[in-house]
Design a protein around this ligand. Structure first.
Ligand code: ZN
Length: 252
């Protein structure tokens, strides 16, 4: 919660280091009444607490990292591998990176530790790598969570991660057309056959008013079965130009 608040503050302040601004403000101290001893102690405690609250960290290793030009720190960034050539854009079923190391850690941090602010660096990574590839789409459809999973997590990571890409492409971020109509088990740990049956019929889509070009987006691709099942539902509803993209892919 506090980190989500910090992410919000950073967003409002346009990526400035808010902690720095707080300290600057404190050191510039305009003339005025000096606080008493307890006031100083309280001020220091508050400042220490704020500095903890406002420490920006690398999404991969969670160590302090404040360079807004690179989403991951200098140690983590070189460990992020491009997806295998057979899966890379401009294939219609594509993934950008390998799900491993700091990238996998950051996605797990977001999904299983409630760290929604990690969406910001991941969205930036996705946008930088995906914006040229996904140049001709009218809408991005993030894989929906089942309502019970959404209630548990509080957010859909794919929606948050895809938002800056949609903005960069001038595409609509569409969270209404595709619905998950039954819960599924996590794909990881299932055999290929079981993965297919796990997600078959898991999605339903509304018939489009216009036959837009659609990019279906998921944060992690395990076997491709989830994205394929979502694409099938969109095709059955009447969409014709459908591509799929994952930020990260599991490599066996
Ligand atoms: Zn790092």
């Amino acid at each position: 919660m506090t980190r989500a608040l910090y992410a919000r503050i950073r967003f409002i302040y346009g990526g400035h280091d808010f902690r720095f601004e707080m300290n600057e403000g404190a050191n510039q101290g305009a003339p005025g009444p000096r606080p008493g001893r307890w006031g100083e102690v309280l001020g220091e405690t508050l400042r220490a607490w704020l500095s903890l609250l406002c420490e920006p960290t690398c999404p991969g290793c969670d160590l302090p990292w404040a360079d807004s030009s690179d989403p991951f720190c200098g140690a983590c960034s070189p460990l992020i591998e491009p997806a295998p050539a057979a899966l890379r854009p401009p294939r219609r079923t594509a993934a950008l990176f390998v799900y491993a190391g700091p990238l996998a850690d950051s996605i797990r941090r977001m999904k299983y530790a409630g760290r929604s602010e990690v969406a910001r660096p991941l969205g930036s990574l996705l946008t930088t790598a995906g914006v040229h590839y996904a140049g001709h789409v009218d809408r991005i459809v993030p894989i929906p969570l089942h309502p019970s999973a959404l209630a548990r997590r509080g957010f859909n990571q794919s929606v948050l991660i895809a938002r800056p890409l949609a903005r960069a492409l001038g595409a609509r971020l569409d969270m209404e057309t595709l619905r998950r109509i039954r819960p599924t088990r996590a794909q990881a740990g299932l055999a290929a056959e079981a993965r297919l049956s796990n997600v078959r019929g898991a999605f339903a889509a509304r018939r489009p008013k216009r036959c837009d070009r659609v990019l279906v987006f998921d944060d992690v691709r395990t076997s491709g079965a989830t994205l394929a099942s979502a694409a099938l539902a969109l095709r059955a509803a009447g969409f014709r130009d459908i591509r799929t993209l994952a930020l990260a892919t599991v490599v066996p």
